[in-house]
Design a protein around this ligand. Structure first.
Ligand code: HAM
Length: 420
C-alpha cells in the first residue's frame, strides 16, 4: 500500500531542537513576534479557518488573484459554499461586525494558517502562516506611525539585514479611480503588446499592472501616469514625515508604484522586502482599508493592518542564541520512582526561567548523559537509588569540565536551582 503524503504546497513544522533548522526558526519567530505584539498592547483574536466564501468575494475582491484563482472553496454537506481563509483581515472585520463591536476602536493581533492555491515554489506555499495586526476605528494619522514603528521593531528585534520598507499612498477612493482611468487610457493603445495576464488586469484591476512581471510592460510603465500626480500634497507630505521619523531605524523608501494584491486598500500602503528572499521577496505587507467594514455591512470603521508571512520571515532570521539555561533531570533507578518525579516538579515551580528536561526513557547513566550533552544542557541533575534513599541528588556541571560534580541535599538542590 502507498504511504499517504502531505498535500502539494503544504508542510509540517517539526521542532526537533536543531536551532538552525527552518522549522525551529519558524517556532522562534512565532514566539518572539507574540512578545512584540504584547509589548505594543495588542489584544489577541482568533477566528475560524473556514468562512462563508462570500466574505472573501466581498472583501479581498473578485478581481484579485487571491479570490479569482487561488481560493480553496468547496460546498459542504449542506451545499453551502465555504472557503479556507486566504488571509486574516476579512475574518477579523466579520467577527467585529458580528459581535457588534464595530463602533469602538480595537488593536488586535492574530497568528495562524492561511490557504491559497498558488503554484508552489520557494517562499510560496498553499498553506502558510501569517502573524497579523489590525488597528480598527482610527483614521489616518497616528496608526500609520504605530504600524511602521511595529514593522521596524520586528525587523530590528530579529536583527535583520538587507531589508527595506516600501511605502506608498493610494489617495482617496476617487483619487484611486481617476488614476486607474488614466492608466487604462495610457495602456489601451499598447493592448496588443501586453501579455494575457496584463490584459486581464487592464480589464479587471488596472492598478495591479504596476506589479507586472513582464519586462515589456515594465518598459511601457516607465512613461505611464504616476499615482504621485493624482493624490493630494498632504498625502505626499504624510509619506515624507513617516520616512523622516523612522529612517534612522530602518531603510524606508517611498515607492509610488507600490500597489497591493487585495482590493480593499485605500490610502497608506506598505510592504517589507528582503534581497535575501529571491523572487518572493516580500515578507510583510499591509495598509489602510477604511471602507471594508461598511462594505461588509458594518459601521464606518477606518482601519489599517498588516500581516507577516512566518515561513518567509523564518528564512531570514539567524538562530536565536539567547541565554536560556537548560537542565537535564536523569533518574537512574531500576524501579519507577514517583518521588523523583515530584522533585522535578518542585524544581520547575522554583525557577520558571530554566528549561528542565526529564529523561523519560530507560537507559544507562552514560547514555543519558550523552543525550544531555547533545541537547546542549547546562546541568544534569542525577537521582539514583542511593540518592533517593539519602534524600540527596548529584549536580553535574556539563559546561564546566573543571568543576567536580557535587552530591547535595534536596534543600541544597532547591536553593541551587533557584539561584541559577
Ligand atoms: P498579503 O500581502 O497578501 O497581505 O500577505 C502578507 C504576507 O503573507 C506576505 O507578505 C507574505 O510574506 C505572506 N504570504 C502571502 N502569500 C503567501 C504564500 N502563498 N506562501 C507563503 N507566504 C505567503 C495580506 O494577507 C493582508 N491581509 C495584510 C493586511 C492585514 N492588510 C491589512 N491588514
Amino acid at each position: 500500500m502507498d504511504n499517504i503524503k502531505s498535500l502539494t504546497g503544504m508542510q509540517d513544522h517539526f521542532n526537533d531542537g536543531d536551532k538552525d533548522n527552518l522549522s525551529s526558526k519558524f517556532f522562534q519567530v512565532e514566539q518572539k513576534i507574540k512578545e512584540i505584539f504584547i509589548n505594543y498592547k495588542l489584544e489577541e483574536i482568533r477566528t475560524p479557518a473556514l468562512e462563508d466564501a462570500n466574505l472573501f468575494n466581498r472583501s479581498v475582491g473578485n478581481s484579485s488573484d487571491i479570490v479569482n484563482k487561488e481560493i480553496y472553496a468547496f460546498n459542504d454537506r449542506n451545499n453551502k459554499t465555504i472557503a479556507l481563509r486566504p488571509e486574516g483581515t476579512a475574518s477579523v472585520i466579520r467577527s467585529i461586525i458580528e459581535k457588534k463591536l464595530d463602533q469602538t476602536t480595537h488593536k488586535l493581533w492574530y497568528m495562524g494558517p492561511m490557504w491559497r492555491y498558488e503554484r508552489p515554489q520557494k517562499g510560496r506555499y498553499r498553506q502558510f502562516n501569517q502573524a497579523g495586526v489590525e488597528i480598527l476605528g482610527i483614521k489616518e494619522g497616528f496608526p500609520e506611525f504605530e504600524m511602521i514603528s511595529l514593522v521596524c521593531s520586528i525587523i530590528n528585534g530579529f536583527n535583520l539585514k538587507n531589508c527595506s520598507i516600501k511605502i506608498n499612498h493610494l489617495g482617496t477612493k476617487e483619487n484611486k479611480q481617476t488614476f486607474c482611468d488614466a492608466l487604462v487610457q495610457y495602456l489601451l493603445p499598447f493592448k496588443d503588446s501586453l501579455d494575457d495576464k496584463d490584459v486581464e488586469r487592464l480589464n479587471k484591476n488596472p492598478l495591479r499592472i504596476l506589479d507586472t512581471k513582464s519586462e515589456k510592460t515594465q518598459a511601457l510603465l516607465k512613461n505611464a501616469p504616476s499615482i504621485k500626480d493624482y493624490i493630494d500634497q498632504t498625502s505626499i507630505e504624510f509619506l515624507k514625515s513617516i520616512k523622516d521619523q523612522f529612517s534612522d531605524l530602518c531603510d524606508i523608501e517611498i515607492d509610488y508604484s507600490l500597489v497591493r494584491g487585495l482590493d480593499y486598500y485605500s490610502g497608506f500602503v506598505f510592504e517589507a522586502i528582503s534581497s535575501e528572499l529571491g523572487a518572493q521577496d516580500s515578507f510583510l505587507g499591509g495598509g489602510r482599508y477604511d471602507h471594508l467594514c461598511k462594505k461588509l455591512g458594518g459601521k464606518d470603521l477606518p482601519s489599517i493592518g498588516m500581516a507577516l508571512g512566518i515561513e518567509r520571515f523564518a528564512e531570514l532570521i539567524n538562530t536565536d542564541t539567547s541565554s536560556t539555561k537548560t537542565a537535564s533531570f536523569l533518574i537512574v533507578t531500576s524501579n519507577l520512582e514517583p518521588k523523583a518525579y515530584k522533585i522535578a516538579h518542585q524544581l520547575r515551580a522554583l525557577n520558571k526561567e530554566i528549561i528542565l528536561d526529564v529523561h523519560l526513557s530507560d537507559g544507562s547513566l552514560k547514555s543519558k548523559l550523552r543525550r544531555s550533552n547533545k541537547d546542549n544542557a547546562d546541568y544534569a541533575i542525577i537521582i539514583g537509588e542511593d540518592e533517593l534513599k539519602n534524600n540527596t541528588a548529584v549536580i553535574k556541571y556539563l559546561k564546566d569540565e573543571l568543576r567536580e560534580q557535587q552530591t547535595v541535599t534536596l534543600d541544597e538542590l532547591y536553593s541551587f536551582y533557584k539561584s541559577i
